[in-house]
Design a protein around this ligand. Sequence first.
Ligand code: DGL
Length: 273
Amino acid sequence: MNRKPIGIFDSGIGGLTVVKEIEKRLPFEDIVYFGDTARVPYGSKSDKIVKTFSLQNSLFLLKFDVKMIVVACNTASAVALDYLKRLFKIPITGVIEPGVISALNKTKIKKIGVIGTYATINKNAYGIHLKEKDKTSKVFSVACPLFVPLAEENLVEDEFVDLIVKKYLAQLKYKDIDTLILGCTHYPILKKPIKKYVDNKVELVDSAEETAKEVERILSENGIKNDKNTKGRTDFFVSDIPHHFKDMGNRFLGREIETVIPVHPDESDSYFI
Ligand code: DGL
């Protein structure tokens, strides 16, 4: 069991920020990553579709006999995590719970902002988990849909980015938050303009790091941590190779992606039903 790979999926390339942290923390693990680049974004889609896509992505990963699945997408975690956990026996974790734990460790005044896609914010997944863990916490959520294309285009320094950041985050400015959860895989790329706009004392939470810790905890608890001591390999699969994929991917992953394998519908019986 412990020599099996970890399966990770996202709606596209954003989940590579999670792969980066898992590779750093668990260098001996093999990873199979699937990015649903043909059907991204999930953030503006209905629950029904996000659940269907998440199920198909999980079935694809299970073909590699993965020992656990990481839902490295905030939208899919918010909408489909419980559904997937009910369907499969192997451990499955998302990115929301780790982000919540990290935010509660950081906040001093228990006023926490959350930004994410429409689907994540409408589901109030962060709000529910934060309240569950600490009833006294106050949560303020805002959907920031334009942040995803900005991050993909690497538009970080331009003046109009500051205006877009202001447009969304002005609502949080006077809520006196001291912690802001970046509740979308793409938003860590925009840390700089976000940090510039929010008050200096506001701490940003990037759940990728915390998710890697959670994955390590799950592997250890289940006795399925890889016991070899040679560097693991990561295989990348995508449902489409969009323009600039390599540039974007390298930026999100923080290293060169060597090979990306496109998965076409006719190569997979469970995919694109
Ligand atoms: N991966 C998605 C998330 O973390 C962002 C992109 C999308 O909308 O699919 O919510």
